[in-house]
Design a protein around this ligand. Structure first.
Ligand SMILES: Nc1ncnc2c1ncn2[C@@H]1O[C@H](COP(=O)(O)OP(=O)(O)O)[C@@H](O)[C@H]1O
Ligand SMILES: [Mg+2]
Length: 257
């Protein structure tokens, strides 16, 4: 069963940003959504996750066939959805270990005392999640993302994602602010998620992650509309000639109005 955005029209800050987007993330695939800055990629991620910063005017969001359009973000998370932010927030006063234990418990259906250690394997799970993303155990006892570099924030979010064990992962420009090694780690984690049967919506402006993880399909967003869909040949065209040439070939406007 897929994750579906169907005919989505959405506004943020009183401005129409998405103008009828339909997208299907199938089970076990990596779907890349590419587009120039300001095309609506982050807005699309937010609307799927149910963020209050975006208001959905038309269309529906379906998770495994269930209409979740009216459900708050946390209910969508319980149905297996996770959004990794473009700029992960700092959470002062909350240790990474605390957040990880709480999310692990919540995902498993616990509703009270989220900090109870219900399963002793949780500690080894936390350590292995951190080690996969290349962070030491010390990060468990630091406040979430406080004072982390851009790359460390991305890594800590990926470690959190592994604790939540989501079925559908939306990554909003996970390559932004990463050095070469960070890029490789992110690419490897996406490949690993795919091997585990998870579906990844990979939002990116650049094609550089694709050398480590090849998307199964690519959709291109421009000015709030999907203007092209296909395979790696689209990435190659974007790499070779850029978004403005692609827009020209497709006969669509690239500049904002
Ligand atoms: N809260 C907001 N208020 C006003 N304009 C917004 C808001 N959020 C996004 N926008 C505008 O909507 C457009 C798309 O933004 P965004 O979804 O962040 O694009 P992308 O992630 O593709 O760069 C941009 O022009 C941006 O300035
Ligand atoms: Mg964005």
């Amino acid at each position: 069963m897929p994750l579906v955005a169907e005919g989505v029209e959405a506004e943020a800050g009183g401005k129409v940003i998405l103008k009828g987007v339909t997208l299907e993330l199938r089970e076990g695939e990596v779907l890349a959504v590419m587009g120039p800055n300001g095309s609506g990629k982050t807005t699309l991620a937010n609307v799927i996750a149910g963020s209050p910063s975006v208001s959905l005017k038309k269309g529906r969001i379906l998770i495994d066939g269930e209409d979740v359009t009216e459900l708050p973000p946390e209910e969508r998370v319980l149905r297996g959805l996770m959004l990794l932010f473009q700029s992960p927030p700092e959470i002062k006063g909350v240790k990474l270990s605390t957040l990880m234990i709480a999310s692990f418990n919540k995902r498993r259906g616990l509703s009270s005392d989220l900090l109870k250690v219900t399963d002793p394997s949780i500690f080894s799970k936390m350590r292995s999640s951190l080690s996969v993303v290349g962070l030491s155990d010390e990060y468990l006892y630091r406040e979430v993302n406080v004072g982390f570099s851009g790359g460390e924030k991305k890594r800590s979010e990926l470690a959190q994602a592994m604790m939540l064990d989501p079925k559908y992962v939306i990554m909003d420009e996970p390559d932004s602010g990463l050095d070469i090694d960070g890029l490789r780690v992110v690419g490897e984690i996406i490949s690993r998620m795919k091997r585990e049967g998870k579906s990844v919506l990979l939002i990116t402006h650049y094609t550089r992650l694709f050398s480590t993880v090849k998307p199964d399909r690519i959709s291109v967003l421009m000015r709030g509309r999907i203007v092209a869909q296909g395979g790696m040949e689209i990435a190659e065209e974007i790499d070779r000639s850029g978004y403005s040439k692609l827009a020209e070939r497709l006969g669509v406007e690239l500049n904002n109005d």
